[in-house]
Design a binder for this molecule. Structure first.
Ligand code: FES
Ligand code: FES
Length: 133
């Protein structure tokens, strides 16, 4: 079996898929390896990510990892959400085939880009290295 049950589940029933009106932060990133694109929207209240949505033109693994990533950051403080790594997302999905690991990077980068956008819009200072992919 190439893909875990969790990957198949998140691919077939992606959580938090779609656009968000009035997002507080939007991150758009491209995958240097395959050229695929990912967009992440966040809603923030009192430093907590209260809602998150994603849209991607990426493959099934990109969909599954983003779906899992949105579940992992929803309801979390921003400071914790930006620490989410693609390895943690892959682990939460019970693994991904090696040649698909690059797809999981999109979700992590998109979340960080959305947070950066939120910080920029609100004039909040941050350390670049905290938001580096
Ligand atoms: Fe680029 Fe999967 S979408 S190879
Ligand atoms: Fe491009 Fe998966 S995101 S191959």
């Amino acid at each position: 079996m190439l893909y875990s049950e969790k990957v198949m589940d998140h691919f077939q029933n992606p959580r938090n898929l779609g656009k968000m009106e009035n997002a507080d932060g939007i991150g758009e990133v491209g995958n240097a390896k395959c050229g695929d694109i990912m967009k992440m929207y966040i809603k923030v209240e009192d430093g907590i990510i209260t809602d998150v949505k994603f849209n991607t033109f990426g493959c099934g693994s990109a969909i599954a990892t983003s779906s899992m990533a949105t579940e992992l950051v929803k309801g979390k403080p921003i400071t914790e959400a930006v620490k989410l790594t693609n390895q943690a997302v892959v682990e939460a999905l019970d693994g991904l085939p090696t040649q698909k690991i690059h797809c999981s990077v999109l979700a992590e980068e998109a979340i960080k880009a959305a947070v950066k956008d939120y910080y920029d819009r609100n004039g909040i200072c941050y350390d670049e290295k905290d938001l580096a992919p």
